[in-house]
Design a binder for this molecule. Sequence first.
Ligand SMILES: [Zn+2]
Length: 576
Amino acid sequence: MLESRRARFLVLISSVLALQACESAPEAADLVLTNGVVATVDEALPDAEAVAIRGDRIVAVGTTQEITRFIGDGTEVVDLDGRFVMPGFIESHGHYIRLGQTKMILDLTDTRSWDDVVGAVRVAVSESAPGAWIEGQGWHQEKWDAPATGPDVVDGVPAHATLSAISPNNPVILQHSSGHAAYANALAMEMSDLGDDTPDPPGGTIVRDASGHATGLLRENADALVYDVMRGTMAIRSESERWQEFDRQVQLAAQEALSKGVTTFHDAGSDFATIDGLKRLADEGRLPIRLYVMIRYETNESMAANLGRYRMIGYGDNHLTVRAIKRQLDGALGSHGAWLLEPYEDMGSSIGLTVETPEEVEGSARIAAEQGFQLNTHAIGDRANRVVLDIYERAFVGRPDGDQMRWRIEHAQHLHPDDVQRFADLGIIAAMQGVHATSDAPWIYARLGADRAASGAYLWRSLMDVGVVIANGTDVPVEDISPVASFYSSVVRQDKSGRDFFPDQRMTRMEALRSYTINNAYAGFEEADKGSITVGKLADIAILDRNLMTVPDEELPGARVEMTIVGGQILYRAGN
Ligand SMILES: [Zn+2]
């Protein structure tokens, strides 16, 4: 009895000591960032210098002096030397697998010599399974630092020997940046039954050297001889080859996102089969960044039957969430596809078109409301936006929590001023793309006329002023995924030639930062875990070479991401 009471007393003392020890020297962190300029996006502590991370979470934020206490024997310490630290960017609207697909095509636009081209293919070969096609694009012999020379050079391009030597087991086809020619290696030509004696096809030339050997260069329609075979073999690949390709697309898209500081990506639309693949990768721990996937390309019947099975929140250590549906009501403004209330200024016979019918969207709205899914509908024209607001409003009837359902309108580019307040009243999030304003500004006046452009184009300020949450993004791969470009466009509002584009609608720097972090976390119901550098949240952090809050406007576009951290892991370092 005495023994046990004494034992309990000792336990009590030691835990008091442990508590005191804890206050003087906290449990060591795994990763500590010091001497930074931290914009936390957390109003409780807006500015800091240092962050301590344990596991995948932030455990402390403060001055370098305060955070130094978290450094132990096993702690990795990154001295930021004044660099800018912010919550990882959240891309609120992109197309993840399509981004990966674009990255599968070798980008040769920066090659400056034939050796560069061969070198790029050599890397691709080392990363590809034998037999896999290697597709490239963008090379141009006029861009080379010095013209290629030698007896085998025809049309400024050497014959295929060096290229074929490094790619014996992979067919290679490299499109010229003009789009009017392509270059094939020996295996690609062999698989296409394309030899020295093959006659030129109509409208095309198989370029041959002085002795009549095909060099690999295929002008105009001649490249179809190879591309057709490539498409044919792609169509009959095995299950495992398809899986490898999918995996590679996912990894390449992640690399691209990480290199731009993006730690979470809202995918604006994948079907169930794609989500199955992403789930498998999540199970294998092979999703590098966090995905918020909207369900797309499924019928309302299929969704009604399967949504429950696909609902995932924070699956795979917070790497995969599925709780939203994507629909698309109209097209885009540039192609006169945006659905307008009044005819186009430059095409008086047209008010645009619908891509999916309002009835289909309304059907999705019913299913989403019943099953507790978010509905995110693409609407660009003012009519499309109004019709979607009408559909959402009807779906919320009888649901007192309607304005808490966080339904979204994707793009929300052109609004009738009367509809601005409705976004606020219904609690609708406007998922807009800052950079689209810059890219589209040149033709907006032509399509809409000056008055409609002034009253309705990209109304960030008007929407924010009535309390609407704006989620920023790029619609990658429509635009580059760079959040910096969209951030710049959001705060500067100029077209590509530097002309102001309704500057009254500019965001402040802080509003733009929030539109890329905490707002997007909110748009994915994830603000408890993401969107600010706050103790307890996931350690998803971007580190840049300059302060997005303070550098002059003209220095913003050059901002470079130097490090990207997801869940406490440094997944990207510039130069590596
Ligand atoms: Zn899109």
